[in-house]
Structure formats: structure tokens, C-alpha cells
Write a protein that binds this ligand. Structure first.
Ligand SMILES: *C1O[C@H](CO)[C@@H](O)[C@H](O)[C@H]1NC(C)=O
Ligand SMILES: *[C@@H]1O[C@H](CO)[C@@H](O)[C@H](O)[C@H]1NC(C)=O
Ligand SMILES: *[C@@H]1O[C@H](CO)[C@@H](O)[C@H](O)[C@H]1NC(C)=O
Ligand SMILES: *[C@@H]1O[C@H](CO)[C@@H](O)[C@H](O)[C@H]1NC(C)=O
Ligand SMILES: [Zn+2]
Length: 556
């Protein structure tokens, strides 16, 4: 009895504190000032704000069942694993003069987070083409293929198998629903993630005709040709990135990157044929000065291969646009369609930087993608636009040692004597091994690195095992989301589930009929997904109701 009374009093006091907190505080904790680091009140305030945010989120969820995603924006940070996100959160805030750790990236304020299992049908640690196919087509496939199910084999083209193995994806389904579609990327527009958008190929590396083995030239088109000749590629309203070489546009001899065309076709000219209202651009100025709201088809290729890293970009008007610049113009064009759009934004150079062991570039590329997410979140309405931010897979980056609070994330951790000079960020493998080892093992096996050396844009932190290219990593990747039915992306799930949620939320493809009734979602026992949504929603509603009732009782 006494205990009950005590608990009741305590709960009442807490409720009053919480309510007061809810009225006076934002849902986003402000970054701690340098003094607040040691002030216990900061942590109490943070806890209260977060609690308020979560409770509001649950109430919001109970109200949001009838909404449909007219628009979908899928952000894929290629290789943006959790350690990359944490390190970027710190890096970005340190650039602005803060401690770093308490910072939150734009998408970390989204209401829902889930974890996606990224393995492929034949691989524990996946590649980008197979994982992108999972996210866009809703099925898992074999590693290094795009748009072909697991019956198809890597680097082996068999016409009859490919015919059966071809999988459609949500880009096609969105086009069928009358929506506009497009993508922007910092890589070649023919690179792995994009190949999954529009191509069906037994190898993601068959980007040019010169890469397709002679014996398969009649069996499968190179990825670049599929972009301009086939559906859904040629129906894309926005194609922005790099890859002049792959599309056969003449460039300076020394600019040859990855592959060129043997057939000497200029695929940009081919893309222009039969279109009336199109725009092709190849500089930042031409992209940004165009009134894209009057353009129907937009293609921009700003580099012979991948775009340069953001920190090494030519920022002059004749140079390359940022991912944000491309996102701004893409959304301007696509949002003209009253039926909505599906846009894929890829932070593709995050992955390229990690493979090279360039930690600083990887963090900066992630920070640039965060700018694009912030913009997209600002100009869209969560009532009709589903935004998902995720990665296709992780990398071997680790944040370690015992650096003090606010230590330069790109610096070293000196607290343990045996880890003297230890980079805070290290890789499990990659080219970063070389450059740290002494040829002479008698005394110090590892070379001392100066802080000045660490400031170099292309400084490679230590890697534990030598490899020419650092590899992907196999742990789950986070999925952040907001908008209609974003709550379905909570918990731990297989990566291919993302496509199912997008289609369900937007009423396209296999889930197109779910919007036919006014009291959406329809209950249909044969379709477990719709039952799942409904019970989940009611469950949350009851939890909120129950806790409210309990709180009221405590006042008596
Ligand atoms: C070998 O190690 C010693 C002791 O650290 C160092 O002084 C010397 O420069 C190293 N030699 C080479 C070739 O790295
Ligand atoms: C870029 O486009 C302009 C015309 O808009 C053209 O003159 C120039 O050759 C193009 N450069 C490349 C590399 O495609
Ligand atoms: C392009 O984006 C960068 C930031 O990413 C910004 O500083 C610049 O002003 C943008 N350019 C235009 C023309 O909007
Ligand atoms: C460091 O290791 C790499 C890779 O094993 C090797 O190629 C290189 O020669 C080594 N460097 C030194 C100074 O021993
Ligand atoms: Zn990769």
C-alpha cells in the first residue's frame, strides 16, 4: 500500500516534469555547449526531450494509417555503415567547432529506424548491385549481378535463363502508375547501384560493350545501352552523375576511365533522339542555371568516370555540381508531376573513398549526402512523401582506442601506451596497411605518423591486413525513414523488405490494389502485410491509450 502510494507520487511528479518539459523544449536536443558536457542537467533535459519525441511519434503513428506516399525518395549511402555514420556525425560538428559526439545528422532525427540484413543469396558480405536489386525489386539475388534473380549466374549469360530470371522493380512500377522517376549519383551513371535501377546483367562490370565478353555480346547488352535503349532506363526523367566514357561521349584521351566503347556509339546523342523537351548538361553552371521546371527529360554527365570527391571537386561554374546541387534540380523537375515521383539519390563516392582507405573523403562524402537529405526533408511534406535513408552495405571502418571527448575524429588516440600514435579510425583491411609498416622489424614494426600527415586529404589510416582495395563489411545497416507507413521499417529485417514497404506505401506494383478502398488499409487475410499493418497500428494505439489511462488514474 505504502509502496503503491510512493510509486504513484513519484510517477505524478515525473509526469508533471515531463509535461512541463514537453511544452518548453524542442524535440531535438540542442548540442551541448562546452560547459554542458559535465552538467548533469543536460542529460536530464535530453532524456525528457527524447521521451516527449517518442510519445508524440507513437501518437502520430496511430493517426497516419490512411496516408499514401505520392512521392518516394530513397537515399543510398553506398557503403555507409554505422561506424561511418557515427564518425561523420562527429566530423561534421567538429568542422563547425563543436565537440562532435552529441551532434545528429539530419536523418538521425527521422522518427523510425530499422536494421537491414544485407547478405546476398550467395554471399555473406555483399556487393552494391545485388543489394540495390534487393532494395528496388524486393528479392535477394546473387552477388555482382543486377536485375536477374538467383537462377542467373555471375559472368555467365544464358539467354533462356536470363529471360526467366529478369526481375522488375519499383522504378518500372512507379512509371506504370504515372509517376516520374529518376536518379542522381556521384558515381558513373552505369555503376553498380544504378545498374540495379534499369539493367538486367550477369555482371555489374559490363558497363561498356568492350567489357562484355565476345561470346555474350548477342546475349546481353552492356549496362550503358540498357540505360538509353530499354525500359525503364529510357523513361527516366532525371539521370545525373558521371560516366561520359561509358556513354561514348568523346573526351580527352587521358580522361579514359574504367571502360570506353568499342562500338563508338555516342549514347547521349542516341538518348536525345525522339525526345522533344530534353536538356543535356555537362557543367555545374548549365545544370544550375537551367529552368528545369520547364524540362521533361534531364541528363547531366559531369565527369569521364565517377565524379571527383567533394573535397577535390572543381567548384567553378565549369566544374562539377555537388550531390545537393543535383538533388535540388532533380526535385524541382520531378515535383511537377501531380501523380508524384520516385527519386533515388546515391552517395556513391562514400564507397569509393572507403575502398581507397581515404577515411576523410568517406566522411565528407557522407556529410554531403546528409546535406541532400536535409534539403529533401525541408522541401517535402511527410504526409505525402516517404523518405528512406540507408546503406547497401557497410565497410571495415572502426572507431577505437580511448580518445577523449571531442578528440579530432581524424586524429590519433594516445591514452594507451601500446597504442601510441594509433589512428582513431582504422580499417580491418585495405591499402592503408602499406605506409604504416617499417621494412625493418627489429624494433618498431609500425612507422610513426605525424599529425600533419594525418591532415592530408588522402591520408590513409592504418589497415590491419594489406589489400589493394579495402573491402565491404557484413554487419546490418541502419534504415532511417519518415513519411507514410515509415513505421513499417522498424525492427530487424531482410534488406529486400524495403522494396515491399515502398510499394505498399506508394500503392504501386504488387501492392497497387491496396489503395482501391477509401478506408485504407484493406484487411485481407490472404495478404499478410496488410493485416500486419493494421494490427501493429492498433497495438500502438492501445499502448498509448493504456498509458494515458494509467497516468490519469495516478492523479486520483
Ligand atoms: C628500423 O627501425 C629503427 C628503429 O625504430 C628505425 O630507426 C629505422 O629507421 C628503421 N629502418 C627502416 C629502414 O625503416
Ligand atoms: C559539354 O557540352 C557542350 C555543349 O553544351 C559541348 O560543346 C562540350 O563539348 C561538352 N563537353 C563534353 C566533355 O561533353
Ligand atoms: C551547390 O551546392 C553547394 C553546396 O553543396 C552550394 O554551396 C552552392 O551554392 C550550390 N550551387 C548553386 C548554384 O546552388
Ligand atoms: C609494407 O607492406 C606492404 C604490403 O605488404 C609492402 O608492399 C611494403 O613493401 C611494406 N613496406 C615496408 C616499408 O616494409
Ligand atoms: Zn563497394
Amino acid at each position: 500500500m505504502m509502496l503503491h502510494l510512493l510509486i504513484g507520487r513519484y510517477a505524478t511528479i515525473m509526469l508533471v516534469i515531463w509535461t512541463a518539459g514537453a511544452f518548453y523544449l524542442d524535440d531535438k536536443a540542442k548540442p551541448a555547449s562546452r560547459d554542458e558536457k559535465v552538467d548533469y542537467r543536460y542529460w536530464i533535459r535530453y532524456g525528457q526531450e527524447r521521451l516527449h519525441f517518442e510519445i508524440r511519434r507513437q501518437q502520430e503513428e496511430a493517426r497516419s494509417t490512411g496516408k499514401v506516399a505520392k512521392n518516394v525518395i530513397l537515399f543510398i549511402g553506398d557503403g555507409m555503415g554505422l561506424s561511418t555514420i557515427t564518425a561523420t556525425r562527429i566530423y561534421k560538428n567538429q568542422l563547425a567547432g563543436g565537440y562532435g559526439e552529441e551532434n545528429g545528422l539530419s536523418f538521425e532525427h527521422f522518427p523510425y529506424v530499422g536494421l537491414a540484413k544485407t547478405y546476398e543469396v550467395d554471399s555473406q558480405v555483399p556487393d552494391s548491385a545485388g543489394t540495390a536489386t534487393a532494395m528496388l525489386s524486393g528479392i535477394k539475388i546473387n552477388s555482382n549481378l543486377a536485375g536477374l534473380d538467383a537462377r542467373a549466374k555471375y559472368k555467365v549469360c544464358d539467354r533462356s535463363i536470363n529471360e526467366k530470371a529478369k526481375v522488375e522493380n519499383l522504378i518500372t512500377w512507379a512509371q506504370m502508375a504515372g509517376k516520374d522517376t529518376g536518379f542522381v549519383t556521384t558515381t558513373r551513371v552505369t555503376h553498380a547501384t544504378l545498374a540495379a535501377v534499369y539493367a538486367h546483367t550477369n555482371s555489374r562490370y559490363w558497363e561498356c560493350d568492350s567489357k562484355v565478353p565476345e561470346e555474350y555480346k548477342d546475349c546481353v547488352k552492356d549496362v550503358a545501352r540498357q540505360l538509353v535503349e530499354d525500359e525503364p532506363g529510357r523513361n527516366l526523367k532525371v539521370v545525373l552523375g558521371g560516366g561520359l566514357n561509358q556513354l561514348g561521349v568523346p573526351v580527352e584521351q587521358e580522361d579514359y576511365v574504367f571502360c570506353t566503347r568499342d562500338d563508338k556509339q555516342n549514347l547521349v546523342e542516341k538518348w536525345k533522339q525522339g525526345r522533344k523537351n530534353y536538356l543535356f548538361v555537362n557543367t555545374s553552371r548549365d545544370l544550375m542555371e537551367a529552368d528545369v521546371s520547364k524540362v521533361e527529360y534531364l541528363m547531366g554527365l559531369f565527369s569521364p568516370g565517377h565524379l571527383p570527391y567533394a573535397l577535390e571537386r572543381d567548384t567553378s561554374p565549369d566544374g562539377q555540381p555537388s550531390l545537393l546541387n543535383m538533388t535540388v534540380q532533380a526535385l524541382k523537375l520531378l515535383s511537377q508531376n501531380p501523380k508524384g515521383y520516385v527519386l533515388l539519390v546515391e552517395g556513391g563516392n562514400i564507397d569509393n573513398a572507403h575502398h581507397e582507405g581515404y577515411a576523410r573523403h568517406a566522411l565528407h562524402e557522407t556529410s554531403e549526402m546528409d546535406d541532400s537529405v536535409a534539403y529533401a526533408a525541408e522541401v517535402t511534406n511527410p504526409d505525402d512523401t516517404l523518405i528512406i535513408v540507408t546503406a547497401d552495405h557497410s565497410h571495415t571502418l572502426t572507431i577505437a582506442g580511448y580518445p577523449e571527448r571531442g578528440a579530432d575524429i581524424l586524429g590519433s588516440s594516445n591514452i594507451m601506451e601500446e597504442l601510441r600514435g594509433h589512428d582513431i579510425l582504422t580499417y580491418a583491411n585495405g591499402p592503408g596497411f602499406a605506409g604504416h609498416n617499417n621494412s625493418n622489424c627489429s624494433q618498431d614494426y609500425w612507422r610513426e605518423v605525424s599529425e600533419k600527415e594525418r591532415q592530408d586529404l588522402r591520408y590513409r589510416p592504418f589497415a590491419g591486413w594489406y589489400a589493394e582495395k579495402e573491402t565491404h563489411a557484413g554487419e546490418d545497416v541502419p534504415v532511417y525513414s519518415r513519411g507514410p507507413h515509415a513505421n513499417l521499417l522498424s525492427g530487424v529485417f531482410e534488406q529486400n523488405y524495403i522494396a515491399h514497404v515502398i510499394c505498399y506505401s506508394a500503392c504501386i506494383g504488387p501492392y497497387a490494389t491496396y489503395c482501391d478502398v477509401t478506408d485504407f488499409p484493406k484487411i485481407d487475410a490472404a495478404k499478410p502485410n496488410s493485416v500486419g499493418t493494421l494490427s501493429l497500428t492498433y497495438f500502438h494505439f492501445f499502448v498509448v491509450l493504456l498509458s494515458l489511462l494509467q497516468e490519469i488514474k495516478l492523479f486520483c
